[in-house]
Ligand binder design. Structure first.
Ligand SMILES: *Cc1c(COP(=O)(O)O)cnc(C)c1O
Length: 399
């Protein structure tokens, strides 16, 4: 079927809640993708910070193929080998003690919120369920995670969404004002991803740690976008040297195979007893084997070091683009391989995104005006350089 025919089929039959451009990606290798007409694109978005190892990585392909020949699904009624090995590995990488597996980020957040509520319920504090979260935060699309999300564009029309108080990101004083004996936890991203790639200000995560410790509440880390090495450490919180009580992971954990995980300290192991929470697909051998391959490859190929080096290359280039195009670019910001070129308010970001696609570079827009760059963690210096040359050319050709 031709590319145009495939696009027409999608337009006619997919639910129209996205705005796909008129091409169909059929294949990838490393940080490059090709559409059905044979055109090549540099992948600077990695499927929304998901394709940790890029495309068609032999270790991930082999792990999925081998596991598919052994056992794809079993349910949590029984242990399975890749899953228990993955749980052990994740506790070692994060300093957490227990892992609950699910299939997406929003499910990891639901598990986090339910764990926090039920922890206090089990302790007899039945009115302690309120969560403090932040303006511009993104935590997912199911109703609980949506309640914690701090952006009207995701929430309008789906209310009421009670139980969460939002305060400005970075404002310690406002967090203190909103704390009370009914607060179960503070939910926070180390870098607000969808909000526009906004790193937490220095000292902020530690201040939140101190506040919850004083109040006897929980620190809940949404590491769905920042985790699995994206900022240069396994967790974004590790950059700040702060240990949360709960960590939500998903996106890049299995390199593109759907997975989510809620990790917690041992103290919280009794909050969700058998029967109180679960997932049919969560922890299946296929996704677990994929995640193990991702974690092994991050170590074997020293990808955290690559994130540091490519992150520095990216920061320098984005900064230079800011100086070169001061009429278009407001700022550049981010950490590791989660960075953004923030366009001025008067620039039509969607138009720039389209022109980048035409020129063969795929990025995403976050928080309205930020062109988010979140490539595979194994992107090479040459690939990143070539892609940013194209970005430079496209910006230079804008009126
Ligand atoms: C993507 C994302 C989610 C939601 O993950 P899904 O897999 O889309 O449900 C939650 N929190 C953050 C920080 C995210 O980036």
């Amino acid at each position: 079927m031709s590319q145009d025919a495939l696009v027409a089929l999608g337009r006619d039959h997919l639910y129209p809640n996205y705005r796909q451009p008129p091409f169909v990606i059929v294949r990838g290798e490393g940080s490059r993708l090709w559409d059905a007409s044979g055109k090549q694109y540099f992948d600077l978005f990695a499927g929304i910070a998901v394709s940790t190892l890029g495309h068609a990585h032999p270790a991930l392909a082999a792990a999925v193929a081998e596991q598919a020949k052994q056992l794809v699904h079993l349910s949590n009624y029984f242990y399975n080998q890749p899953n228990v090995e993955l749980a052990a590995k994740l506790t070692q990488l994060t300093g957490m003690a227990r892992v609950f597996f699910c299939n997406s980020g929003t499910e990891a957040i639901e598990a986090t919120l339910k764990l926090a509520r039920r922890h206090y319920y089990a302790k007899g504090e039945k009115d302690r369920y309120r969560i403090i979260a932040f303006d511009n935060a993104f935590h997912g699309r199911t109703l609980g995670a949506l309640a914690a999300t701090g952006q009207p564009k995701y929430k309008d029309g789906f209310g009421p969404l009670p139980g969460v108080t939002h305060v400005p990101f970075g404002n310690v004083e406002r967090v203190r004002q909103e704390m009370g004996p009914d607060v179960a936890g503070i939910l926070v991203e180390a870098v607000q991803g969808e909000g526009g790639v906004l790193p937490a200000p220095a000292g902020f995560l530690q201040a939140l740690r101190d506040i919850v410790d004083e109040a006897g509440a929980l620190l809940l880390a949404d590491e769905i976008q920042t985790g699995v090495g994206r900022t240069g450490k396994f967790l974004g919180f590790q950059q700040a040297g702060v240990k949360p009580d709960v960590v939500a992971l998903a996106k890049g954990l299995a390199g593109g195979v759907p997975i989510g995980a809620m990790l917690c300290i041992e103290h919280l192991a009794e909050a969700l007893p058998p029967g109180s929470h679960g997932s049919t697909f969560g922890g299946n051998p296929l996704a677990s084997a994929a995640a193990l391959a991702v974690l092994r490859t991050i170590e074997q190929e020293k990808l955290l070091e690559n994130v540091e080096a490519r992150g520095a290359q990216l920061a320098e280039r984005l900064g230079a683009l800011g100086s070169k195009y001061p009429k278009l670019v407001a700022s550049a910001r981010g950490r590791g391989l989660l960075q953004a070129l923030v366009l001025k308010d008067e620039v039509d970001a969607r138009d720039v995104l389209g022109k980048l696609q035409d020129a063969g570079v795929l990025v995403t827009i976050a928080g309205g005006q930020a062109l988010r760059v979140s490539p595979p963690l194994n992107i090479t210096a040459a690939e990143l350089g070539a892609a940013l040359d194209i970005v430079d050319r496209v910006l230079g050709a804008l009126p």
